[in-house]
Write a protein that binds this ligand. Structure first.
Ligand SMILES: CC(C)(COP(=O)(O)OP(=O)(O)OC[C@H]1O[C@@H](n2cnc3c(N)ncnc32)[C@H](O)[C@@H]1OP(=O)(O)O)[C@@H](O)C(=O)NCCC(=O)NCCS
Length: 159
């Protein structure tokens, strides 16, 4: 894959499925949050890698909400999408759902991960541009830009 060629959101959108097993359950019979977080972190890294054509590492996680529980034998669907790209970082939104046998889905989590594109020298490198194809992607980009400004302010002011 050629570096620094723009890619669409669809180019890197990634979907993963997991069945909730006994070893994923916590003391109150729900999917353990730490397991879901590791699944989300993995799909965020895969989505970022597919956009960048290189490995990416997680630098920040915010705006993460657990909306509903998941239970033994549930089918969990995760969808990762690039929402915003900066210079060397990109934001990936991961939506997690439980899918019922009739194919309907209800949301259990939404998270925004900031990933950094890593060069061969193990230093941040430029992220390829994101090509926005519709209004929903343009709105998500504007929101991503605002979240980035807030993160930078928090980093600078240390709160
Ligand atoms: C990722 C890492 C190499 C970045 O190094 P750095 O010296 O902070 O690099 P920079 O200051 O140039 O920042 C790189 C990008 O990350 C962004 N960034 C850095 N800290 C951030 C934070 N706290 N929140 C959001 N974005 C952040 C910067 O804005 C920049 O993005 P931009 O180029 O698009 O503007 C370094 O922080 C690191 O190795 N962190 C650990 C990553 C890791 O191991 N993750 C796995 C968790 S176990």
């Amino acid at each position: 894959m050629e570096e620094n060629i723009g890619r669409t959101v669809c180019d890197s959108t990634t979907k993963q499925f997991h069945t909730v097993m006994y070893e994923n359950i916590n003391g109150i019979n729900r999917l353990f949050g730490g397991v879901l977080l590791s699944w989300i972190d993995e799909i965020a890294a895969i989505t970022a890698r597919r956009h960048c054509g290189r490995d990416a590492t997680t630098v920040a996680v915010d705006n993460l909400q657990f909306k509903s529980g998941a239970y033994l034998n549930d089918l969990v669907v995760l969808i990762g999408k690039v929402t915003y790209v900066g210079n060397t970082s990109l934001e990936v939104r991961v939506d997690s759902y439980v899918e019922k046998r009739d194919g309907s889905r209800h949301p259990i989590n939404r998270a925004y991960f900031v990933m950094v594109c890593m060069g061969d020298d193990d230093r941040p490198m430029k992220v390829p541009p994101l090509i926005l194809e519709n209004e929903a992607e343009r709105i998500e980009w504007e929101n991503g830009k605002k979240r980035k400004e807030l993160r930078m302010l928090r980093k600078k002011e240390g709160y």
